[in-house]
Write a protein that binds this ligand. Structure first.
Ligand code: PLP
Length: 504
């Protein structure tokens, strides 16, 4: 175990009497040394580095200028409406929105999706009297849709994707639409595999049944149009398709704004109306909340606005070309690396690959090897690279996931040198195993009735004991997790993350 970077230094958590500003800032900076770097192109998830001097400083200054402004009330702070209208207008223009389209600035992809699902639920209720709504999703749809369904009381109807292309199957999606369907979802691209669903056919099927269709362009919305502008072929995925009724696009991904910036767009104002929460039945001020939050800092809006204005159309086109260049180079290298198999045909800055057992005469193409894959991720981490492990699901293989950014371009060569080396080392490690006794036991456990002691026992077994800190190597933990049934996995994850955010 490494020293636990999550442990608070103070036994008691009460505040100090007060401390000098300089000391505090020094401590904040020092705390970050255990974190993955957010700049420099070696962290292939969670962070988006445009690789441009001065962009972070601009965002920070713009944030600071608006940090104290409350986005709750544009009648008191009209600048908020001006910035938001500019920014939503830019997103609408980029994504082919027709005249009359409307949207909202939100805190991120998850919130944009929550709001789009709420809108669809309330729209289905008010226009068609649907009281037990369903949400039709390809199995690769982002988890945020399941979160929205859980929060908002919709039934997710999950449709398996094509096992070769990893794209949604439009015929099966169409067949899943019922009179209870509130919303049909397509991704452009999906987070897990970076492939674009056949949006045109899905949106057409939704329109035929007169139900709404959301395109999750959280990660692709600010990249695909600029890839097109840079000369790449991108199939239509946006409001140019008549059946598309809403789109989410994150500015804190390929818009390169700081975290906490996304937009949700609707084809018209009548749709967006269902997103708003209004309440006049209390003695306080009349409440109109377009988003989940009430009081919110306008700082996030201002920094996103500043970054968008600064990079501009030409800047985004240049940056998209850089991402494409990194992707081409990486895919080419991965294709010639033995025992690496790219999943589907990645189209938009995301790459997922699995690792195969070495070919043998009777199995010439090898099969996905989870233990090797997880050891590879650990070995790459030792070499300063973070690749994101994704576990197997519904017949889809486990894989390592990379989000490419303009800062990746200059790193691809080094990555492609380290990868086969790390793989060679990974092969020498004892394969990760899941104790069959534990997995047999797990099959009989009901995650809902497990006692805290049961859960603590399983976590300790996995090397994630209470107070033990984070394990240095994730392979044994993830291997065990992969072998457990879904609901139990979720329960353990809850307890694990609960043990990271813990007092004393
Ligand atoms: C990132 C992402 C989301 C969720 O967005 P957050 O900003 O992490 O809340 C949803 N869908 C896709 C396709 C994404 O890439």
């Amino acid at each position: 175990m490494q020293p636990d970077p999550t442990a608070s230094t103070e036994e008691a958590h009460a505040l100090p009497a007060g401390r000098p500003a300089a000391e505090i800032l020094t401590e904040l900076k020092a705390l970050r040394t255990a974190d993955a770097p957010t700049r420099g192109g070696r962290t292939f998830a969670y962070v988006y580095d445009a690789g441009r001097e001065g962009l972070g400083e601009l965002a920070a200054e713009a944030y600071a200028a608006y940090a104290t402004v409350n986005g709750l009330d544009p009648t008191v702070f009209p600048s908020v409406a001006r910035l938001e209208n500019d920014l939503v207008g830019a997103a609408a223009a980029l994504l082919g929105a027709p005249p009359g389209a409307q949207g909202t600035f939100t805190s991120g992809g998850t919130e944009s999706i929550l709001l789009a699902v709420k809108t669809a639920r309330d729209h289905a209720r008010s226009t068609r009297g649907v009281t037990d709504p369903q949400l039709v999703l390809p199995s690769t749809a982002h988890a945020a849709f399941h979160k929205a369904a859980a929060y908002l009381g919709l039934e997710p109807v999950v449709v398996p994707v094509d096992p070769v292309t990893y794209k949604a199957n439009p015929t099966a999606m169409a067949a899943a639409i019922t009179p209870r369907t509130a919303l049909v979802v397509a991704s452009a691209p999906s987070y897990a595999h970076g492939v674009i669903d056949p949006v045109a056919r899905i949106a057409e099927a939704a329109a035929e049944h007169e139900v709404l269709c959301h395109v999750d362009a959280c990660i692709g919305g600010w990249l695909l149009p600029y890839l097109r502008r840079a000369g790449r072929t991108v199939e239509p995925f946006d409001f140019s398709l008549p059946g598309v009724t809403s789109i989410s696009v994150d500015l804190h991904k390929y818009g390169y704004a700081d975290k906490g910036a996304s937009v949700v767009l609707y084809r018209n104002a009548e749709l967006r109306r269902h997103q708003y929460f209004t309440h006049a039945g209390w003695p306080g001020y009349p409440v109109v909340n377009p988003t989940v939050q009430g009081t919110k800092s306008a700082g996030l809006l201002a920094q996103a606005w500043a970054v968008l204005q600064h990079i501009g159309e030409d800047g985004y086109t240049f940056l998209a070309a850089r991402v494409a260049e990194a992707s081409d180079h990486l895919l080419e290298g991965l294709r010639t690396t033995p025992d690496i198999h790219i999943l589907g045909e990645p189209e938009a800055g995301l790459v997922a690959f699995t690792v195969l057992t070495s070919a043998t005469p009777d199995r010439p193409s090898g099969t996905p090897d989870l233990s090797l894959l997880l050891h590879l991720a650990d070995e790459m981490r030792v070499r300063g690279w973070y690749l994101q492990p994704q576990l197997s699901f519904d017949g889809l293989p486990p894989n390592l996931h990379l989000t490419l950014t303009p800062a990746t371009v200059d790193r691809v060569e080094a990555l492609l040198t380290d990868l086969p080396e790390a793989l060679t080392t990974a092969r020498t490690l004892p394969p990760a195993t899941a104790d069959p006794a534990l997995t047999d036991l797990a099959a009989t456990l009901d995650p809902d009735t497990l006692t805290p002691d049961d859960v603590a026992g399983i976590l300790a077994f996995a090397g994630l004991g209470e107070g033990g800190g984070l394990p240095e190597r994730m392979a044994p933990v993830l291997f065990l997790l992969d072998a457990l049934p879904g609901r139990l996995k979720e329960r353990l994850l809850t307890e694990f993350v609960g043990s990271v955010f813990r007092l004393g």
